[in-house]
Design a protein around this ligand. Structure first.
Ligand code: NAD
Length: 501
């Protein structure tokens, strides 16, 4: 069986822990490889290599570092199809969607190509008599990223793209469920000219994560995954004096006002709810039509739309979405559908029991639609992370704003309307970090910044854009005076705090 090794100091590194994780092909249900799970010692090996490499890398001028990013982008684009197929084979999403995963990551690499501009500091001439003040951004040192299964290319690139361009070295601990593409990304970074040790990949589970959180040489940790683990990572990392950003789960709402273009809203919400089998933190699993007429029309049209959806193997170019990541996850989703039924919601379309002919062991589940979902239901409060759309009816815009605002998660939200004033009020009032106006998946472009609120993010700095640059660098401020003793004489000692009076 194929074995997926760590990638440390520029080379494949066979682990010695004797512990492995199974890597499935979700389309067939078969185990296709096993991935090594690191010990704390193996993590330390990577950290030592990263710490050695970081010194020279930080001293490399930013333009040269940017050139590595340019070359990485070129190499990745040349291998896009091969990488997308590899990604799909471990994740289950359709190949076109895997290309989107890679492309979204590449857009952060494009941002990182402009890093010399982003790293420019500030300068004040004459802040006092003969005194100039300037600030500079310096890399934090060795950074680490812990990433989820659902975007095995994009999320690592969100992190290492900015961290490495700003002069840090990096340890990536990708999801053990789809670990192959992250290794390929590290290999391509070496091919692009990054020195050995600048990007390392250490596979693992809680043992590796805890080793990252406790390692004294790792200065910053970026995490993306489910909220309980995000909270744990944030608390333990911060307790150990590290800078930590930890993105968590989500339950994004799509509000439809009565004046919305319903044809477009149904298409947008179908793609956002069922694309990638709902395994996206920016999926739209809750729809909130305002008013009975809007709700009844939406329901009728969505049922018809669902009938047109094709679930297929990840290589089927005609499929809208593929299998979910594991049998356990499929069963968990089915469990939530049953919970919704038991709680009294109306199951309009039931995706359970879906089977793919010829792929009976694959992890497939059909699309489901619930109506009459109430905010008190557990199946509404929890993140299901599957192809399940829950409809919560609201009577007013105020009620529609209150639903996502009061929800424990606050990642993304969308409103569908032709009323600019209502959209503006909604965007201003809603207690959620990323808002779409007639945009179902409001993932900001790479030069803006990504991050949710409430239990969707712990820590206060977002991913990529200037927020990413801030996270991976620390500011040093220099106050400089060059007096001429011949001209200026010597100042007396001062025992009070210097002021600008
Ligand atoms: P997960 O929390 O199970 O795993 C994320 C990472 O944590 C993995 O690398 C995993 O190995 C590690 N991990 C798992 N259990 C651990 C433990 N007990 N202790 C320490 N580390 C542990 O998440 P997942 O299932 O891979 O990904 C799906 C989740 O990620 C969803 O909740 C989704 O909403 C979230 N997500 C959030 C964002 C965002 O930006 N907010 C983006 C993508 C995914």
């Amino acid at each position: 069986m194929r074995e997926i090794h760590h990638f440390i100091n520029g080379a494949s590194h066979p682990g010695r822990s004797g512990r492995f994780g199974d890597v499935f092909n979700p389309s067939t249900g078969a185990v296709q490889a096993r991935v090594q799970l690191a010990t704390a010692d193996e993590l330390d090996l990577a950290v030592q290599a990263a710490a050695r490499a970081q010194i020279g890398w930080a001293a490399t001028n930013p333009q040269r570092r940017a050139r590595v990013m340019f070359e990485f982008k070129r190499l990745l684009e040349a291998r896009m199809t091969e990488l997308a197929e590899l990604l799909s084979s471990e994740h289950g999403k359709v190949v076109a969607d895997s290309k989107g995963d890679l492309q979204r990551g590449l857009e952060v690499i494009e941002f990182a190509c402009g890093i010399p501009h982003a790293l420019k500091g500030e300068y004040t001439e004459g802040a006092g008599p003969g005194i100039d003040v300037y600030s500079m951004r310096q890399p934090i040192g060795v950074g680490a990223g812990i990433t989820p299964f659902n975007f095995p290319a994009m999320i690592p690139m969100w992190m290492f793209g900015v961290a490495i361009a700003t002069g840090n070295s990096f340890i990536l601990k990708p999801s053990e469920r789809d670990p192959s593409v992250p290794v390929r990304l590290a290999e391509l970074m070496m091919e692009a000219g990054a020195p050995a040790g600048v990007l390392n990949v250490v596979h693992g589970d809680k043992v590796a994560v805890d080793a990252i959180l406790d390692h004294p040489l790792i200065r910053g940790v970026s995490f993306v995954g489910s909220s309980d683990i995000a909270n744990y990572v944030y608390a333990r990392g911060a307790q150990n004096g590290k800078r930590v950003q930890a993105m968590g789960g989500a339950k994004n709402h799509g509000v439809i006002l009565p004046d919305a273009d319903m044809t477009q809203a149904v298409k947008d919400i179908s793609g956002a709810a069922f694309g990638s089998a709902g395994e996206r933190c920016m999926a739209l699993p809750v729809v909130v039509p305002v008013g009975k007429k809007t709700a009844d029309e939406f329901r009728e049209r969505m049922v018809a739309e669902i009938e047109t959806l094709k679930v297929g193997v990840s290589t089927d170019a005609a499929a809208h979405y593929g299998p979910v990541v594991s049998a356990a996850h499929r069963d968990r989703i089915a469990g939530y559908i049953q919970m919704g039924v038991d709680e009294g919601a109306e199951l309009v379309v039931d995706g359970r029991g879906f089977a793919m002919q010829g792929y009976e062991d694959g992890f497939y589940i059909g699309p489901s639609l619930f109506d009459q979902v109430k905010p008190t239901m557990q199946s509404y409060q929890d993140e299901i992370f599957g192809p399940v759309l829950q409809m919560v009816r609201a009577d007013s815009l105020e009620e529609a704003i209150a639903l996502p605002s009061k929800h424990q998660y606050g990642n993304g939200v969308a409103i569908f309307t032709q009323n600019g004033r209502a959209a503006r009020d909604f965007a201003a009032a809603v207690d959620v970090g990323m808002v779409g106006i007639n945009v179902p998946i409001p993932v900001p472009v790479a030069y803006h910044t990504f991050g949710g609120w409430k239990r969707s993010a712990f820590g206060d700095t977002n991913q990529h854009g200037m927020e990413g640059v801030k996270f991976w660098t620390k500011v040093k401020t220099v106050t400089a005076r060059w007096p001429d003793p011949q001209l200026d004489g010597h100042a007396d000692s001062s025992f009070v705090i210097p002021t600008m009076k």
